[in-house]
Design a protein around this ligand. Structure first.
Ligand code: SF4
Length: 184
């Protein structure tokens, strides 16, 4: 009992860890988000003349990538204000955001989702697992990366990628689509 008392008397206070040295100050982060949002909104309106719709497909992820994707809909990132919307059905989607290595159990579901999405459509592989199998590469339970099952237009690396990385990826996809449209 005495040991416990002494230990708690001299124990250091438990504090919140210091921010990472590479973390941006909040004001800079807010400004970056506003700039990305404006660019996304401009490109979306120019290319589609309407909102673009996104269907998320978990092809076997650990759900870490889903947490970051869900954050895009929270009050801070609020993706909808930039003209991008998540939808429940691939039949209403322009873009498929696919996470995770593709497991053998999810292969058919991913293929069916891809074929149910009307053209023109774009596929983004989100996270290291979707790009290359990540930490699950070589597992008996997976088929492999998303590109081994359906055509992929853009890869977003990270484990998991942050909501800002996802916004940058969506913007890169719209820029790429814009360039292809102007070439053709
Ligand atoms: S990339 Fe990382 S967070 Fe995303 S599914 Fe793979 S292990 Fe999970």
């Amino acid at each position: 009992m005495r040991t416990l008392l002494l230990r708690s008397l001299f124990a250091k206070p438990v504090t919140v860890p210091a921010p990472r040295p590479d973390a941006l100050p909040q004001a800079t982060e807010d400004a970056l988000l506003a700039e990305l949002g404006r660019a996304l909104e401009m490109r979306t309106r120019k290319l589609f003349g309407r909102s673009i719709t996104i269907r998320e497909v978990d092809a076997g992820s650990c759900n870490g990538c889903e947490l970051e994707i869900h954050a895009l809909s929270n009050a801070y990132y609020d993706l909808e204000r930039f003209g991008l919307r998540f939808v429940a059905s691939p039949r209403h989607a322009d873009v498929l955001l696919v996470t995770g290595p593709v497991t053998k159990n999810m292969r058919e579901a991913l293929e069916r989702t891809y074929h149910a999405t009307p053209s023109p459509k774009w596929v983004i592989a989100v996270g290291d697992c979707a790009v290359s199998g990540g930490c699950f590469a070589g597992s008996y339970a997976i088929v492999g990366s998303v590109a081994e099952v359906v055509p992929v237009d853009l890869h977003i690396h990270g484990c998991p990628p942050s909501p800002t990385d996802l916004l940058k990826g969506l913007l890169a996809l719209l820029e790429q689509t814009n360039m292809e449209n102007s070439v053709s």
